[in-house]
Design a protein. Structure first.
Length: 159
């Protein structure tokens, strides 16, 4: 498994993986899927995009960008997506670890996740195992695809 910066050749597979997570409606706040044009703009606007490549196939990705501006611009945010067929193989863990290295390399001091859905126990356990701290709980902070509201749990970690 190789984690590397994305190239334009990766975009079609990245968009497909990203859109699967958006369509599932239980992890990302976005509701609109990306097409080729909006995907190029979206991924191109990030401070960094990493992809997980396994035997020449893109199996996951992450985006990294500031969480805020100005006096809070040293805090970054990241999102992770793994091909549905490849979940459970610790690809997400490798993506998170790589994002921590790149966030620090880019000069960020803190990484914060704003909207980790409470029932996303695999992500929550991973973040806690990697030293993230839960900031609290926001009741009914995430609207699932089925219209049900679920709590979100913000997390952070120093870099």
């Amino acid at each position: 498994m190789l984690i590397r910066e994305y190239t334009e050749n990766d975009l079609t597979k990245m968009i497909k993986i990203w859109n699967t997570v958006v369509d599932e409606g239980n992890a990302f706040p976005q509701e609109e899927v990306l097409d080729q044009s909006s995907g190029e703009l979206f991924f191109g606007s990030q401070n960094y995009c990493g992809v997980a490549e396994d035997n020449g196939v893109i199996v996951g990705l992450y985006i990294l960008h500031p969480n805020n501006v100005g006096r809070c611009g040293h805090i970054c945010n990241a999102s992770y997506a793994v091909n549905k067929a490849c979940r459970g193989k610790h690809i997400g863990e490798q993506l998170v670890k790589d994002s921590l290295l790149n966030a620090k390399r880019l000069g960020f001091k803190v990484i914060q996740f704003n909207a980790v859905v409470e029932s996303n126990i695999h992500a929550r356990h991973l973040y806690e195992r990697l030293g993230f701290t839960q900031l609290g709980t926001i009741p009914k902070g995430f609207r699932l695809k089925n219209g049900h509201y679920e709590n979100i749990c913000p997390y952070y970690r120093g870099l």
